[in-house]
Design a protein around this ligand. Structure first.
Ligand SMILES: *[C@@H]1O[C@H](CO)[C@@H](O)[C@H](O)[C@H]1NC(C)=O
Ligand SMILES: *[C@@H]1O[C@H](CO)[C@@H](O)[C@H](O)[C@H]1NC(C)=O
Ligand SMILES: *[C@@H]1O[C@H](CO)[C@@H](O)[C@H](O)[C@H]1NC(C)=O
Ligand SMILES: *[C@@H]1O[C@H](CO)[C@@H](O)[C@H](O)[C@H]1NC(C)=O
Ligand SMILES: *[C@@H]1O[C@H](CO)[C@@H](O)[C@H](O)[C@H]1NC(C)=O
Ligand SMILES: *[C@@H]1O[C@H](CO)[C@@H](O)[C@H](O)[C@H]1NC(C)=O
Ligand SMILES: *[C@@H]1O[C@H](CO)[C@@H](O)[C@H](O)[C@H]1NC(C)=O
Ligand SMILES: *[C@@H]1O[C@H](CO)[C@@H](O)[C@H](O)[C@H]1NC(C)=O
Length: 365
């Protein structure tokens, strides 16, 4: 057999054991099945017989040293070969990692390498198109996160780096398939579902009576939140011809004991809902047995500039809403879309003033 070993790394030493028996031999030792020759150019040749091995072995087992060009061969092997080995990707074919995942759902891909020196290994993204929503996390090392819900293929390169900065790169190719959220019957109450590629991945177009992201809000039973200053801040309540010190913000339906009071039948209280809503019902509650609106009308607007009155079903007469001392609910003749609503008290106790609080029912658009 032939052994031809070259170690050329950092020590530039060249050792050659080759077939013996050439003409330049200055020393030739032959024995059945082994031949050793030293040549005049310095080459040492060794040859075993059929199927034999050649061992270079120190004089004493375990205490001698084999030197190559003055260096201990065991140290050369340790330093040159082992301690400079990069990490080796585990479970990772030569074409890289690939996998297919559902959009908008959690992904977890373990990052696993073996390091020949058993050093700690860290991972970095070095190139490519990495999906938003994913990140490289540790303990244990992995790629994790929630990718966008859309059909896409991402190819990127991750580098495993050991404590001596030896590294190995690996290519990942992952495919994301958009989930047809509408197959999951996300929209209730006969809402029409539409895949949208947004984070939730779908939108519902609700029938008139329903609202909310999945059409499960019953509009005529759901307060829009005028009562809640986090939903409709004070600045979105305004009034015309207020009585004395009453504030438009006193007009929220609440237990505050305060009411907005109009000066007369020309006064109005305006609610800016902050966005378009489908309106179904309104409730007013008067201050006490003398200060309340007996009747009122409503006008509405989408832009805050052009107001139309809320009319009866045939849209020929202005609709009259009934008010009371205590909370009285009134349904609009027909639901309508508006952002701004004005409450105009029209009749109230003579020689007193119309004072009330208000809330409206509907769904946000
Ligand atoms: C030494 O000589 C042998 C045979 O003549 C040849 O095979 C070998 O390559 C030579 N080695 C060098 C380092 O020149
Ligand atoms: C040398 O020592 C090793 C263990 O250190 C042993 O496996 C081997 O057999 C020994 N060789 C000889 C020739 O004694
Ligand atoms: C579905 O959503 C897309 C993107 O948001 C939109 O362009 C499209 O008009 C919607 N289709 C329907 C029927 O609502
Ligand atoms: C809401 O609308 C439904 C269907 O039109 C009706 O049956 C129900 O009585 C209404 N609820 C209120 C509180 O108006
Ligand atoms: C007021 O609205 C905020 C924001 O929507 C909500 O977190 C809070 O619970 C509401 N408060 C009440 C009393 O409903
Ligand atoms: C009724 O309410 C108004 C407005 O809050 C207030 O000015 C008036 O004093 C109240 N009257 C009685 C009798 O409580
Ligand atoms: C609306 O008009 C129709 C026919 O023009 C009539 O039958 C109906 O009574 C009217 N409704 C109202 C509330 O005035
Ligand atoms: C009612 O009629 C007016 C014009 O007289 C029109 O501007 C408005 O859009 C109509 N409203 C409805 C709900 O049909």
């Amino acid at each position: 057999m032939t052994l031809n070993l070259r170690l050329t790394y950092i020590f530039s030493c060249i050792i050659t054991l080759a077939i013996a028996g050439t003409p330049g031999d200055v020393l030739q030792l032959d024995f059945p099945n082994v031949a050793i020759a030293a040549q005049d150019n310095g080459t040492l040749l060794g040859q075993s017989g059929e199927n034999g091995d050649i061992h270079i072995q120190p004089v004493k087992n375990g205490s001698g040293t084999v030197l190559f060009d003055g260096y201990d061969v065991l140290e050369i092997i340790d330093v040159v070969i082992i301690n400079n080995m990069p990490p080796i990707w585990h479970f990772h074919g030569h074409v890289g990692y690939s996998g297919t995942f559902e959009g908008a759902s959690n992904i977890m891909i373990p990052l696993e390498v073996l390091d020949p020196e058993s050093q700690d290994v860290r991972f970095e993204l070095v190139a490519g198109n990495f999906p938003t929503g994913l990140s490289i996390a540790s303990n244990p090392w992995r790629i994790q996160g929630i990718p966008p819900d859309e059909d896409a293929i991402y190819t990127f390169t991750i580098r495993a780096i050991d404590a001596s900065d030896q590294y190995a790169d690996a290519v990942f190719k992952i495919e994301i398939l958009e989930v047809d959220q509408c197959l999951r019957e996300m929209c209730h109450n006969n809402g029409q579902c539409n895949n949208t590629n947004t984070h939730r991945g779908f939108s519902c177009s609700c029938p008139l009576e329903y609202g909310g992201p999945t059409c499960d809000v019953t509009c005529n039973k759901t307060a829009l939140g005028i009562a809640n200053s986090s939903v409709v801040p004070d600045a979105q309540l305004s009034a015309y011809l207020s009585r004395y010190t009453s504030q438009a913000s006193d007009g929220r339906l609440s237990e505050s004991g305060k009411y907005w009071c109009g000066e007369n039948a020309n006064s109005w209280l305006q609610v800016d809902l902050g966005g378009l809503a489908k309106l179904f019902r309104i409730v007013t509650s008067g201050a006490n047995s003398t200060f309340f609106a007996k009747t009122y009308t409503l006008s509405y607007s989408t832009d805050g500039t052009t107001f139309n009155s809320i009319n009866d079903v045939n849209n020929t007469t202005v609709h009259t809403f009934m008010g009371s001392i205590s909370a009285l609910y009134q349904t609009l003749p027909e639901p309508l879309e508006a952002r701004f609503v004005r409450i105009h008290p029209t009749t109230y106790e003579r020689s007193y003033h119309p004072c009330f609080q208000v809330e409206m029912y509907g769904c946000w658009l």
